[in-house]
Every structure is written in structure tokens, then in C-alpha cells.
Design a protein around this ligand. Structure first.
Ligand SMILES: [Zn+2]
Length: 321
């Protein structure tokens, strides 16, 4: 249940020096969807939490301890206050992510399904940009199916991995630093990206600028409005320190519509990952269950078993008007 506490304190447990330190690293943010500064608290910050840029990586696994609020005007849910934007970008730029790349087979399988989905709307294929492409698995999947596929990724390490290990065009930077030409792409994809970036509206606007008229924007996101999210409450597995914005089908639609897009397709997003990795992700939630599962999975040598699962993510496709 949302509680209605004043927004003045970062944590009721923080002392004066912690508050001073916090003001150096944290910033107050307005609703990124409607611009209002009028919210109710959904989840209070947990005591003793420290927002750190080291938390930010493609497979960031830390449970969210920051305060989550809901905009009273439009219903958008977000972390406030949060780590300063420049620190977030810096965190991603310096991230090295062996955990993420260890799941290449499952991620490739998921991404091939993603490319096929796009081809149902654009069978002639064309020029595609994957924003926040991480190691470049989606770019590779698209390229192998005949797309002119490009990627942009803030992590130097991951961008290099894509170029050197996967042989894809993966440019280091953000969507904004890359400065692509206007009206130049048929498709722009944000796979697990908008919930991570400091200013998702700015990214949607930039995607609009670089897409050709009629071009497609594909977004997937952890659905905060899903039944699983509501049932799990504060224990929802997507409440992670790397996730700053919590979209629902309504708020993502609003953000796309307000920035010139016409959303026309929505569905649940199924993923494939190794069983061993899914068990690893259990660790912060239930160390005991993690130990038991890890022992069983290791004993049966099932670490590399591919599992297809729905974990309350959704995908939405929109057309540039
Ligand atoms: Zn709002």
C-alpha cells in the first residue's frame, strides 16, 4: 500500500554526516513522464542503504533499497531520490560484466525470437539500432538474419566484447553521445534499457529523431503493473538498484504517445536463460533456497539447461507517426 509521507528525508535513520554524504551522491528527480513533483511513497528506503555507481551493470543483481514513489498526476513509479545521473552513466561506462556474457546461448535464443517478432511487422528488414546493446547478442542475432544491425553501449568493456568476440558494430557511448543522423533507422530497440537510464523520455525523443517516419520502436520492460509484481510486493525480483523507473502498460504507452509514437502491439516477453544462472539470481532473495537449488542443479549437471520463462516482463511495439 502506498504511504503518504513527506519527501524531505532520504532515510529516517540517516544521521547528519550520512545526509551530507548522501547529498553529494543523490539527487531529487521529478516525474520523468509528466514533469510533476507530486508523489506518494510506495516503498520507503531501507535503512543503511548506500546507492553506489558500482551497482550499475547489465546484469546488476543488487536488491533495491532506495525509496520508490508514484506520481500522483500520471501514476508513473520511480526511485526518488536516486544516485546522480552522471554517476549512473559513469557506473555503466566502467562496468565489466562476465556474468552477463556467460549467458550467451540463452540470450541469443531470446533475441532471435525478438528479431522474428520485429519481422512480423517489417518483413523487408532494414537498418536497426539496438540501444544499450550490452555484449551485442541482439545485434548479432539481427545481423545473422539479414538486418543492417548496429549497437550502442555505454560500457567500454561490453562494447569491445561485441566488436571483438561477436564481430558486430557496437559503438561505445549513450544514445545521445552517439549522435546518429536524423531519420536514418527503420527500427530502434530498447531491450531492458529504459528502466535503467537517467532520463527515459530523452531517450524516447532521441529514438524518434533518428527513426524514419513509420519506423518502429521496440521496448521491453519489467511490468510493475503485472499480477506477479503485485503479488510479490517489495520482494519483486525486478526491484533492483539498477532499475530507476517502474513502467506499467499504461505509463509506457503514455510516454511513447507523448513523444510522437503510436503503440500498436503488446505482449508478454518470454526469456531463455540457463538454469544455473536463474538459480544464481535467487541468491539475494533466499540464500537458503539458493544453496539447496545450487546443490541439486550442480549434482544433476543441469547448469546449462535452457529454461524458457516469463518473469513479468512485457514488450511493446510502437510506430513513429
Ligand atoms: Zn507524472
Amino acid at each position: 500500500m502506498p504511504s503518504k509521507k513527506p519527501a524531505s528525508k532520504i532515510s529516517k535513520h540517516s544521521n547528519a554526516s550520512a545526509k551530507r554524504a548522501a547529498s553529494d551522491v543523490l539527487e531529487h528527480v521529478n516525474c520523468n513522464l509528466c514533469g510533476a513533483d507530486d508523489y506518494a511513497v510506495v516503498y520507503d528506503a531501507l535503512s543503511g542503504h548506500v546507492a553506489r555507481e558500482e551497482s550499475f551493470s547489465a546484469s546488476g543483481n543488487e536488491v533495491l533499497t532506495d525509496r520508490v514513489v508514484r506520481c500522483k498526476r500520471c501514476g508513473f513509479v520511480y526511485v526518488n531520490p536516486r544516485l546522480k545521473a552522471e554517476r549512473i552513466v559513469k557506473g555503466y561506462a566502467s562496468a565489466e560484466d562476465e556474468t552477463y556474457v556467460s549467458q550467451s546461448a540463452g540470450r541469443m535464443a531470446t533475441f532471435v525470437s525478438g528479431v522474428k517478432l520485429i519481422e512480423t511487422f517489417l518483413p523487408q528488414k532494414g537498418k536497426l539500432l539496438d540501444v544499450g546493446c550490452a555484449a551485442g547478442f541482439f545485434v548479432k542475432a539481427a545481423k545473422e538474419r539479414g538486418w543492417q544491425a548496429h549497437g550502442v553501449e555505454p560500457s567500454h568493456w561490453l562494447a569491445k566484447y561485441g566488436r571483438e568476440k561477436l564481430g558486430v558494430d557496437s559503438r561505445q557511448g549513450t544514445l545521445h553521445t552517439a549522435k546518429y543522423a536524423a531519420n536514418s533507422f527503420d527500427v530502434v530497440t530498447f531491450w531492458d534499457v529504459l528502466e535503467h537510464v537517467p532520463d527515459p523520455t530523452a531517450d524516447v525523443k532521441e529514438a524518434y529523431r533518428i527513426l524514419k517516419p513509420g519506423g518502429l520502436l521496440v521496448v521491453n520492460y519489467p511490468n510493475f503493473g503485472s499480477k506477479l509484481a503485485r503479488l510479490a510486493g517489495r520482494k519483486w525480483w525486478f526491484l533492483l538498484s539498477v532499475h530507476l523507473w517502474y513502467f506499467t502498460p499504461k505509463t509506457i504507452r503514455l510516454m511513447l504517445e507523448r513523444n510522437g509514437f503510436q503503440p500498436f502491439f503488446e505482449k508478454r516477453h518470454w526469456q531463455k536463460l540457463n538454469l544455473g544462472y536463474l538459480v544464481f539470481r535467487l541468491q539475494p532473495y533466499s540464500p537458503a533456497l539458493y544453496k539447496i537449488m545450487n546443490t541439486i542443479v550442480s549434482a544433476l549437471r543441469l547448469q546449462n539447461q535452457q529454461i524458457k520463462y516469463y518473469a513479468s516482463q512485457s514488450v511493446v511495439v510502437a510506430r513513429k507517426k
